[in-house]
Design a protein around this ligand. Structure first.
Ligand SMILES: Nc1nc2c(c(=O)[nH]1)N[C@H]1C(S)=C(S)[C@@H](COP(=O)(O)OP(=O)(O)OC[C@H]3O[C@@H](n4cnc5c(=O)[nH]c(N)nc54)[C@H](O)[C@@H]3O)O[C@H]1N2
Ligand SMILES: Nc1nc2c(c(=O)[nH]1)N[C@H]1C(S)=C(S)[C@@H](COP(=O)(O)OP(=O)(O)OC[C@H]3O[C@@H](n4cnc5c(=O)[nH]c(N)nc54)[C@H](O)[C@@H]3O)O[C@H]1N2
Ligand SMILES: [Mo]
Length: 761
C-alpha cells in the first residue's frame, strides 16, 4: 500500500457519503463495469441472489437497493474481473507467495483452474478435475476415517452442506468442524439449555413491535450494516437502544441511510444508541448481573409498596425453572464486585434497569463480544435470564437475537454439519441411505487443531474458508499443518491456507453464489438460512469467472464418488446436477423443518423453520425455560493475573475486511487509514506503561504456559476504550491466542480477551 497512514477521529455517521465513496473505490479497483454494478440490484431480493457477506435477515419487501456498503464490497470481490491463471502460478513459488500479505493474495483475483502442488518446482501446476478427484479419493480411502477432517466455512449453500455432512458420515466420521465453532458455538451450547433452541427467537418483524433494545458486543456498522435499517426505524419511534461495547462504534452511535436520497442530501443522521456503556472486555457477566440486581432490588421495593411488580411473576412461575437460585446468586454479589468486573458504575446499570423495567417488549442482541470469551456460554445464558425476568421470550417485539456471521453458517448446522452426532437424525439417515452413521463425537475446530498438532490427522478437506489463518496458535498450527499428508481446499480466491499445505495439496476452484450455475438439470439455484431461521432461495446472475469452475455441490459429489463405495440409495450425479433433488433429500431427512421445501424456497422474506421457543414451547430437559446460574463472574477464570501490565486484548474486524479477506487498509469508522497494524489503547494505560501515542511496539503473550507468542510492529493509538483493554485486528493478532484459551463449554476461541503484554522497542 502506498497510502500514507492517517489516524483521526471519524465524526460522520455510519452509512452516509463515506459509505458511497468507499464502495465506488472498490468497484473501480475490481474493474467492475456498470453491468457488474447493476448486479447489485438483484442482491437480497426475492428471485435474486442472497448476499455472500453477513447472515442478517432479508425483508419480504426489500428496498430498491437492498444491500449495504460491505455487502456490495463482498459482491465486488466475487464478481471482480481479475483472474489468477496458471501463468501466475508458473511465475511464483509457494515459498515466495508465503511472504505476500493476505490482501495481495486475494487481490490477484478469482482462481480459475484446479491446481496441484508440485514438490520439485515448489509451484502449483494445473491438473485435470478427473485426475484431482481420482487422487483425492485414493488418498482418502487409504487413511483411517478418524484421521480425516472435513471443515466447512459458513458460506456454502444448504444443498452443498447437506451433501458434505452426509459424505463425512458415509466415510466414517463426524469430524465436521465449521466456522461456527469459532463464532456462535457459545450460542448453540447456551440456548438449548436455557430455552431449548439452538438459534435465536427474534424475527425482523419483532423490531417493529419492540420498545427496548439491549445491544451487546456486535458491530453492525461494519459487520451487519443492513441491521442499521430496523435499528434506525426503532430509534425514530423513540425506542431506547442500550449498547454495551468497550469501543464507541460509529454504527451504534449514528447512521445515515446511504440509500435514502433525502437523508443523504440533507445530511441528516439518526442517533442509534440512547445509552452507551463502555463495558470492560469480558465484563458483560458483571454488567448483566448488575442490571438484574437493580431490577430485583426495585422489584423488592415494588412488592412492599404494592403492584405493579417489575418482574413477570406469572411468566416465571408458569414457564421457568431455577429463578430462586439465580436470584440468590445475583443478590449475593456486592455492587463493588459488579462495578469492578464490568468497569461500569452502579448508577449507569441502575439506569439501564429502569429503562428495561418500563418496557413492554425487549430484544437482547449480541455478537462476538459475548461469545468469544472463556465464559461465553455463561454470558449468553445470563443475558437470557435478564430477558426471562420480564417474560421477554416468545412474544411479539421480544426475544433473544444472536447475530450470526457467515451468510449460511446457521443453516449448515441445521442440515447436519456438526461434530455432535446427537444433532443429526440418526434413524432417518439410516433408513434413507441404508447405513449406520458413526456414533462417536467428532472433532470441533479446537479439537481438530489439537489433533493436527498431535500428529493424529492425515487429511484435511475444506469446503471454503481459510482455516489456518482463522484459528489461534498460528505458529504451532502452521508447523503441524505442513506434516499433513493431504490438504484439499475448495476455494474461490487464493489465501494463506493454500500456501501452508500438506505433502499432497490441491486447490479446487469453485463457482461463487452470485454466478450462474449451469448443470445438466438446467440453471441451478441454492438456498440458505439467515440469522432469524428464515430460509431463502438464491439465483446466480454473473457469468462464471472461468469455464473450468465447478459448483460446490458438483465438487462434493465428485469427491464422494471417488472416495466412497457405491451406495444404491444415493445418486451423487443426480444431486450434483439437480439441486432440487438435494432439497427433496433434505426435506425427507428433516420433514418438520423443510416441509414443501422446493415450493416454499422463494417465499418473500424466506420461510421460517419452526422455532418452538418462539412459541413458548421449551424443548429443554426440564420442559421449561431455565435460569442458568454461572459459577462466577471472572472473564478469565484461570489466567486472571494481578499483574497490572497484563492487558486484555480484543481481536476484532475492521470495516474493510470479511474475516481473513482483507478488502483494504482503512477502518473508516474508527478513523484509521492506511494500516492494520495499530493497537488501540486507553490514554491512561499508554502513560502508565511509559509509552507514547504513535510509538511502535510489540505484543507478547502473557498466558504463563511456557509458550512464547508474539506479533511485532504495532503503532500505539490513544483511543477511547476502558483501561486494561487493548484492541487489535484479527487475523494479524491470532498468533497471540493460546489454543486452550477458549470458551470453557463451547470451545470458541476466546478472541476477545487475550492476555498480553505490550513491549516497547
Ligand atoms: N463486513 C463484514 N461483515 C461481517 C464479517 C466481516 O469480517 N466483515 N464477519 C462475519 C462473521 S463470520 C461474523 S461472526 C460477524 C462478526 O461480527 P461482530 O460480532 O460484530 O464481530 P467483531 O468485529 O469481532 O466484534 C464485535 C464487537 O464486540 C465488541 N467487543 C469486544 N469485546 C467485547 C466484550 O467483552 N463485551 C462487549 N459487550 N463487546 C465486546 C467489539 O468492540 C466489537 O464492536 O460478522 C459477519 N459479518
Ligand atoms: N482472533 C480472532 N480469530 C477469529 C475471529 C475473531 O474475531 N478473532 N473470528 C472467527 C470467526 S467468527 C470466524 S466465522 C472464522 C472465519 O473463518 P473462515 O470461514 O475459515 O474464513 P474466511 O475468512 O471467511 O474464508 C475466506 C476464504 O473463503 C473462500 N471463499 C470465499 N467465498 C467462497 C465460496 O463461495 N465458496 C468456497 N468454497 N470458498 C469461498 C476464499 O478462498 C477466501 O479466501 O474466523 C474466526 N477467527
Ligand atoms: Mo463468524
Amino acid at each position: 500500500m502506498t497510502d500514507p497512514i492517517t489516524i483521526k477521529p471519524y465524526n460522520s455517521p455510519a452509512g452516509g457519503w463515506g459509505s458511497a465513496k468507499s464502495l465506488t473505490e472498490i468497484l473501480l479497483r475490481e474493474q467492475i463495469p456498470l453491468s457488474g454494478a447493476s448486479m447489485l440490484m438483484h442482491q437480497n431480493k426475492p428471485d435474486g441472489f442472497m448476499c455472500v457477506s453477513c447472515a442478517w435477515a432479508k425483508p419480504a419487501k426489500p428496498a430498491m437497493f437492498e444491500y449495504c456498503e460491505n455487502g456490495a464490497k463482498a459482491t465486488a470481490w466475487e464478481v471482480t474481473r481479475k483472474r489468477i491463471t496458471t501463468d501466475f502460478f508458473s511465475k511464483h513459488t509457494v515459498t515466495e507467495l508465503e511472504t505476500w500479505r493476505d490482501y495481495d493474495l486475494e487481490e490477484e483475483g478469482r482462481l480459475t483452474e484446479p491446481m496441484r502442488w508440485d514438490a520439485a518446482s515448489d509451484k502449483y501446476v494445473p491438473v485435470s478435475w478427473e485426475a484431482a478427484f481420482r487422487e483425492i479419493g485414493a488418498e482418502l480411502r487409504a487413511v483411517e476415517p478418524k484421521a480425516t477432517v472435513f471443515y466447512a466455512s459458513g458460506r456454502a449453500s444448504l444443498e452443498a452442506s447437506y451433501m458434505w455432512g452426509l459424505m463425512a458420515r458415509l466415510y466414517g466420521n463426524n469430524n465436521l468442524p465449521d466456522s461456527s465453532n469459532m463464532c456462535h458455538e457459545s450460542t448453540s451450547v447456551a440456548l438449548p439449555e436455557s430455552i431449548g433452541s439452538t438459534v435465536g427467537t427474534v424475527l425482523l418483524d419483532d423490531f417493529e413491535h419492540t420498545d427496548c433494545i439491549l445491544f451487546f458486543g456486535q458491530n453492525p456498522g461494519s459487520n451487519a450494516p443492513r441491521m442499521l435499517h430496523p435499528l434506525q426505524e426503532a430509534s425514530k419511534r423513540g425506542v431506547p437502544i442500550i449498547t454495551f461495547n468497550p469501543f464507541r462504534e460509529r454504527g451504534l452511535e449514528s447512521f445515515t441511510n446511504p440509500q435514502a436520497p433525502l437523508e443523504m442530501l440533507t445530511r441528516s443522521e439518526t442517533r442509534i444508541s440512547s445509552q452507551y456503556l463502555q463495558v470492560k472486555a469480558g465484563g458483560d457477566l458483571g454488567a448483566i448481573y448488575g442490571i438484574c440486581k437493580a431490577l430485583l432490588e426495585a422489584d423488592d421495593a415494588a412488592r412492599e409498596t404494592g403492584p405493579p411488580r417489575l418482574i413477570d411473576v406469572a411468566f416465571i412461575a408458569e414457564h421457568t425453572e431455577g429463578f430462586e437460585a439465580f436470584a440468590a446468586s445475583v443478590r449475593g454479589k456486592g455492587w463493588d464486585e459488579l462495578e469492578r468486573h464490568s468497569g461500569l458504575t452502579r448508577a449507569a446499570l441502575e439506569q439501564v434497569a429502569r429503562t428495561y423495567a418500563k418496557s413492554k417488549a425487549a430484544i437482547g442482541i449480541y455478537g462476538m463480544g459475548l461469545t468469544q470469551h472463556r465464559m461465553g456460554v455463561e454470558t449468553v445464558q445470563v443475558l437470557v435470564n435478564l430477558l426471562l425476568l420480564r417474560g421477554n421470550i416468545g412474544r411479539p417485539g421480544a426475544g433473544i437475537c444472536p447475530v450470526r456471521g457467515h451468510s449460511n453458517v446457521q443453516g449448515q448446522r441445521t442440515v447436519g454439519i456438526t461434530e455432535k452426532p446427537e444433532l443429526v437424525p440418526y434413524d432417518k439417515l439410516k433408513t434413507l441411505y441404508g447405513f449406520d452413521p458413526p456414533k462417536e463425537t467428532g472433532l470441533n475446530t479446537v479439537e481438530a487443531c489439537e489433533a493436527i498438532i498431535a500428529g493424529s490427522i492425515r487429511a484435511f478437506v475444506a469446503l471454503g474458508g481459510n482455516f489456518i489463518r482463522a484459528v489461534p496458535e498460528t505458529a504451532m498450527m502452521e508447523a503441524a499443518w505442513r506434516k499433513l499428508r493431504l490438504t484439499v481446499q475448495i476455494s474461490t480466491k487464493l489465501n494463506r491456507n493454500h500456501l501452508v499445505h500438506g505433502e499432497i495439496a490441491y486447490i479446487l476452484p469453485c463457482l461463487g453464489r452470485i454466478e450462474i450455475d449451469r448443470q445438466p438439470g438446467g440453471r441451478q439455484t441454492v438456498t440458505m438460512e439467515d440469522s432469524t431461521a428464515c430460509i431463502h432461495g438464491s439465483k446466480g446472475y454473473a457469468e462464471p469467472a472461468s469455464p473450468h469452475l465447478l459448483s460446490e455441490p458438483r465438487i462434493v459429489a465428485e469427491i464422494a464418488k471417488a472416495t466412497l463405495p457405491v451406495n444404491h440409495y444415493i445418486d451423487w450425479d443426480r444431486w450434483g446436477g439437480d439441486y432440487a433433488s438435494v432439497r427433496d433429500a433434505i426435506e425427507a431427512t428433516y420433514p418438520n423443518e423443510f416441509q414443501d421445501f422446493n415450493a416454499r424456497m422463494w417465499t418473500p422474506g424466506g420461510f421460517r423453520r419452526p422455532i418452538p421457543a418462539a412459541e413458548r414451547q421449551w424443548k429443554t430437559e426440564t420442559g421449561r425455560a431455565n435460569f442458568v446460574t454461572p459459577r462466577g463472574l471472572s472473564a478469565n477464570p484461570d489466567t486472571e493475573q494481578d499483574d497490572p501490565k497484563v492487558m486484555r486484548l480484543i481481536t476484532m474486524r475492521s470495516n474493510d475486511q470479511f474475516n481473513t479477506t482483507i478488502y483494504g487498509y482503512d477502518d473508516r469508522f474508527r478513523g484509521v487509514k492506511g494500516t492494520r497494524m495499530v493497537l488501540f489503547m486507553n490514554r491512561a494505560d499508554i502513560k502508565r506503561l511509559g509509552l507514547r501515542d504513535a510509538q511502535t511496539v510489540d505484543l507478547v503473550g502473557a498466558a504463563n504456559d511456557g509458550v512464547e507468542r508474539e506479533v511485532t510492529g504495532f503503532r500505539v493509538l490513544a483511543y477511547d476504550i476502558p483501561e486494561g483493554c487493548l484492541g487489535g485486528y484479527y487475523p494479524e493478532c491470532n498468533p497471540l491466542i493460546p489454543l486452550w484459551h477458549h470458551a470453557e463449554r463451547s470451545k470458541v476461541p476466546a478472541a476477545k480477551s487475550v492476555p498480553v503484554r505490550v513491549r516497547a522497542r
